[in-house]
Design a protein around this ligand. Structure first.
Ligand code: GLN
Length: 392
């Protein structure tokens, strides 16, 4: 039997994350590709999930999220940004950040609209825009530091522009937007009917004394933004698939119209457990910058002086690896060689660009046990030496 319908996303394949994880598993490689921790979660969280199920929280949760969890999120936002949010009208629990992004896009844009996104752009953005019937306008972040070109943004804004998608800390560039960037964004959209969708899932992973510049802490942007967060990242448990969206009441109402028919409501026992966890661990998220900065530094120290360069990540739990000194440009080819010849899986960056591009860096995930990072560094250092000898 074969299906002969028309594909709505003919050019979209399986995500690079799934492709690389499958390949890594098949080859028995160390997987520094798809972003997920390989260490245990806090046992308290596991205990609270079990308790929530034993206590009978096993039927539909409220559509917008369990009240206690939304209150916990409000407390957490207050602790992070010194701002208050109304759990009733401004906070929605979603199926990971991905659902918040998808539902947010469906809620705001439709046929004929344009959405601005920045390359390298996380791969979930454009398909969601296209499924809404809108068009994605992709602008580059400028190499080598992946900075915004605000002149170009202003020039790209037109009467059809309805949404701008930003992401900080940035996956996969590992950069962090500055408050100056947010000022420039606010100025660029002032007077236009444009909403901002801000993907801030790595909010707590900002290094070297930097502060995370959230759209929520920018009064002008807060009034027109939907900001997206992830407990999977903050609790080291990407399998939870529990995230949340923060937006002004009128925008939250539109988001919930989509959310209710997309996922309806999120796993009830998980929401109860996370609500309890936020009470028992009120400092949740605060140690993440130090934790991941130490991982970043460990990997960089292990590879220092070799042919593979690691420009220090400003944020996220990723780290770029620059191979320009040991191999020609071509990140997809290099990731494949790294996998098959060094036994280490990484994520190439070119899949996050709208057009074909041959880059000289790949992305590594540092949310791994020290032993995993050490073993990967050893393989990568030996691989770099082989490449250098072959090139010499
Ligand atoms: N956010 C994860 C990453 O960047 C991937 C999530 C996924 O595989 N869908 O690695």
């Amino acid at each position: 039997m074969s299906w002969h319908g028309r594909s709505k996303l003919p050019d979209v394949g399986t995500t690079i994350f799934t492709v690389m994880s499958r390949r890594a598993q098949a080859l028995g490689a160390i997987n520094l590709g798809q972003g997920f921790p390989d260490y245990d979660i806090d046992p308290l969280l596991a205990e609270l999930v079990a308790r929530a199920m034993r206590d009978g929280h096993n039927q539909y949760a409220p559509m917008e999220g369990v009240p206690g969890l939304r209150e916990g999120i409000a407390r957490k936002l207050e602790a992070s940004y010194g701002l208050s949010f109304d759990p009733e009208s401004e906070i929605t629990v979603t199926l990971g950040a991905t659902e918040a992004i998808y539902s947010g896009i469906q809620a705001v844009v439709g046929a004929g609209d344009e959405v601005i996104a920045f390359d390298p752009a996380y791969d979930a953005y454009e398909p969601a825009v296209r499924l809404a019937g809108a068009r994605c306008v992709r602008l580059p972040l400028l190499p080598p530091d992946f900075r915004y070109d605000w002149d170009r943004v202003r020039a790209a804004i037109g009467p059809r522009t309805r949404l701008i998608l930003i992401n900080s800390p940035h996956n996969p560039a590992c950069t962090v937007a500055t408050s100056g960037d947010l000022d420039a964004l606010a100025a660029a959209i002032r007077g236009h009917d444009i909403t901002v969708l801000s993907d801030e899932v790595y909010e707590h992973m900002v290094f070297d004394g930097r502060a995370h510049a959230s759209v929520l802490a920018h009064p002008e942007l807060r009034a027109r933004s939907l900001a997206v967060f992830s407990f999977g990242k903050t609790l080291h448990a990407t399998g939870l698939r529990v995230g949340y969206a923060i937006a002004p009441a009128a925008l939250t109402a539109e988001l919930r119209k989509v959310h209710q028919f997309n996922t309806f409501s999120i796993a009830h026992p998980l929401q109860r457990a996370i609500a309890d966890y936020l009470i028992e661990r009120p400092g949740t998220g605060r140690d993440l910058a130090g934790f991941f900065q130490a991982k970043r530094n460990r990997l960089r120290a292990a590879l220092a002086g070799g042919g593979l360069k690691l420009p220090p990540a400003q944020g996220t739990f990723f780290q770029l690896l620059d191979f320009s000194a040991v191999a020609p440009p071509g990140d997809a080819e290099f990731a494949e060689r790294m996998l098959t010849e060094a036994g280490v899986a990484a994520i190439p960056l070119s899949p996050f660009y709208a057009g074909p591009i041959r880059l000289s860096c790949v992305r590594l995930c540092i949310a791994k046990r020290d032993a995993t990072l050490d073993a990967a560094a050893e393989r990568l250092a030996a691989f770099a030496r082989r490449l250098e000898r072959a090139g010499a």
